[in-house]
Design a binder for this molecule. Structure first.
Ligand code: PMP
Length: 340
């Protein structure tokens, strides 16, 4: 039987959350002399610590109850909270499948958590036997699976098997899921050990606003809310997010443009002699294997075209975000001028 409390750090279980000034009064009218704010100005009041309006909009779009939603300062905040809630520093461990998003390792290091790295297979998929062996270590409390994975772009096939068989917490990072047709978001009621991370930074075009989301059981969301700083989303960012979530048509149009540009860019890159392989992508970026990654990366940078050199992570590979149609054309034109 899954027992969440046995996985939570005892100090977090015992923690009494900070009670913010507005917690005891729910009205919006009145004379507010409770939070040491400046009475003048437009941004003088603290934002809603419960982030109700944002959660209601996300709830409607994602068909998830508001009690199953945490909103924070980018999904990077949620990643850090996972370590802080579930892993005892210097004792517990976490596991990732590499190559993957770099912040899991940085966050593990910040929190003094040993990170076990299991390599994805040659198709960038999880090899069940290797994963099973690694998971014998019962100090592992947390697994991160990024799907679609960054930097490889593919979705991971057997995520649900791992969620089912693992007794700890599985965090599925779906930062790029809106560009694919896969998500486990509708499984948060089925698996009490599942946390889904999403973000408004990618498909919603709000990277500057830093809004990340965790979807999980109400009990897990309560833990996130207990540990987060009370005003973790600024009102400016909050307003930007709430406004964007009302503009579903813009979101859909941008998303479909990015997906069709991804396909066009895949074809154009595959035709270049310097490109050995374009990995299939379900995200808004492409991983390509080239003849000489460092050389091509530097040559593009000299032309003010900045891509991500992943040579140290996947041999001779570059990661390219899908840009506007114009930007993508300029990228391909620039690559054509580079000798390979
Ligand atoms: N997860 C993945 C897989 C990412 O690639 C990124 C951003 N590069 C993040 C999370 C962080 O997103 P946010 O902007 O929401 O912090």
């Amino acid at each position: 039987m899954f027992n969440l409390n046995t996985l939570v750090r005892p100090n977090i279980l015992a923690l009494e959350a900070y009670s913010s000034a507005r917690d005891e009064f729910s009205g919006s009218e009145g004379i507010f002399l409770d939070a040491n704010e400046n009475p003048f100005g437009n941004l003088n009041r603290y934002p809603d610590p419960l982030q109700k309006e944002l959660k209601q909009k996300l709830s409607a779009i994602k068909s998830v109850d508001t009690g199953n939603i945490f909103t924070g300062n980018g999904s990077d905040e949620a990643i850090d909270l996972c370590f802080r809630i579930f892993c005892k520093p210097g004792k517990d461990k976490a596991l990732i499948f590499t190559p993957t998003y770099g912040m899991y390792e940085v966050s593990a290091n910040v929190n003094n958590i040993e990170l076990i790295k299991v390599e994805l297979d040659s198709n960038f998929q999880i090899d069940s036997d290797t994963a099973k062996d690694a998971l014998e270590d019962n100090m592992i409390k947390l697994i991160f699976i990024c799907s679609p994975n960054n930097p490889t772009g593919n979705t991971i096939n057997n995520v649900e098997d791992i969620v089912k068989s693992f007794n700890g917490i599985v965090v599925v990072d779906e930062a790029y899921a809106d560009f694919s047709n896969t998500s486990l978001i509708d499984k948060i009621d089925v698996y009490p050990n599942l946390i889904i991370l999403q973000t408004l930074s990618k498909s919603w075009g709000l990277a500057a606003a830093r809004i990340g989301i965790a979807f999980a059981s109400a009990d897990i969301i309560k833990l996130f809310n207990k540990v987060k700083p009370p005003y973790n989303i600024s009102r400016l960012n909050y307003t930007a997010a709430v406004d964007a979530l009302d503009k579903l048509e813009i979101y859909k149009l941008q998303k479909s443009t990015i997906i069709s540009e991804r396909e066009k860019l895949t074809a154009a890159l595959a035709n270049l002699p310097m490109v050995k392989k374009v990995y299939p992508s379900q995200a808004n970026f492409l991983l390509i294997q080239v003849t000489d990654a460092d050389k091509i990366y530097n040559a593009l940078a000299a032309k003010n075209i900045i891509i991500r050199n992943r040579n140290k992570v996947v041999n001779n590979c570059l990661r390219i975000s899908v840009g506007t149609p114009q930007e993508n054309q300029e990228l391909v034109a620039a690559l054509k001028t580079i000798e390979s």
